[in-house]
Design a protein around this ligand. Structure first.
Ligand SMILES: [Zn+2]
Length: 261
């Protein structure tokens, strides 16, 4: 099921191993020299999109505190993906930022939608309504915008597999929205984390988006499973570089539970 795409060395004297070999995820925790430093960067294939694009998760560190940050689940929200890519670049260059942690970053959950600039995947399904949450329901009409059933889409299943492996204890799902509505939205017991991020990015803390979101990731992870889940809604009009600069310390604070720079 899992394909290890390779290990990127960020420490001293590490060996690039396991390129493109399918292996079980529990091999990841095998002790080796990289475990000693805790500064590891591994990249995994977690699934394929409808069109066969590889979905990738970068995992930094081997610490016991595990968290996940993902973007690009809505293809018409490109900065949600660029911020996640920027975070990957930052963590690769600054391993001290994740010491003691195990941080998974999935920059593009919906690569087909990102390529087209569409919110949904190529089957017209809004992936953020396709999670097997207790509140999942079929969309009105024949368009199947929520999927034929919960987790009907390969991109949804890839994210679920990544979570099953990583077992994150807190999660950030990155989105974007029209300016004025941007916020640190949260589901589950995540107010602390939303406020921590708000101190850094200056966005308001919002407990509800003000509209029902059946089958959303936040419903599945935050409400049903009580995993603290932040839905970071970036201001859509902001360019990629400014968005990253505005949110860098918020994401680092989420990772290290405090200010980091
Ligand atoms: Zn969105």
């Amino acid at each position: 099921m899992w394909r290890r795409l390779g290990m990127v060395s960020t420490g001293v004297g590490l060996i690039l191993t396991g390129c493109a070999t399918t292996q079980r995820t529990d091999d990841l925790v095998r002790p080796d020299t990289t475990e000693v430093s805790g500064k590891t960067h591994r990249r995994f294939e977690i699934g394929r999109s409808v069109e066969g694009t590889t979905l990738v998760m970068d995992v930094f560190g081997t610490g016991s505190e595990r968290l996940l940050i993902f973007g690009g689940i809505h293809g018409n929200e490109p900065t949600s993906a660029t911020v996640a890519h920027d975070l990957i670049d930052y963590l690769a260059a600054n391993p001290e930022a994740y010491l003691g942690r195990r941080v998974g970053v999935i920059p593009e959950v919906n690569p087909d939608g990102l390529a087209r600039g569409t919110r949904s995947n190529v089957r017209g399904v809004d992936l953020n309504r396709n999670f097997p949450a207790e509140n999942w329901k079929r969309s009105a009409g024949s368009a199947n915008r929520h999927g034929e059933r919960p987790a009907s889409e390969p991109e949804t299943r890839a994210l679920l597999r990544a979570i099953e492996y990583l077992q994150p204890e807190r999660i950030v799902s990155i989105h974007s929205i029209g300016r004025g509505r941007h916020c640190n939205n949260f589901d589950g017991p995540a107010r602390y984390w939303a406020e921590l991020m708000a101190e850094q990015n200056g966005y308001v803390v919002a407990e509800s988006m003000g509209y029902p979101t059946p089958g959303s990731f936040g419903s599945w992870a935050g409400v049903d499973r009580l995993i603290p889940t932040i839905t970071l809604e970036l201001p859509r009009e902001l360019d990629a570089e400014t968005t990253w600069q505005e949110n860098r310390t918020a994401l680092l604070a989420f990772i290290c539970n405090g200010f980091a720079d």
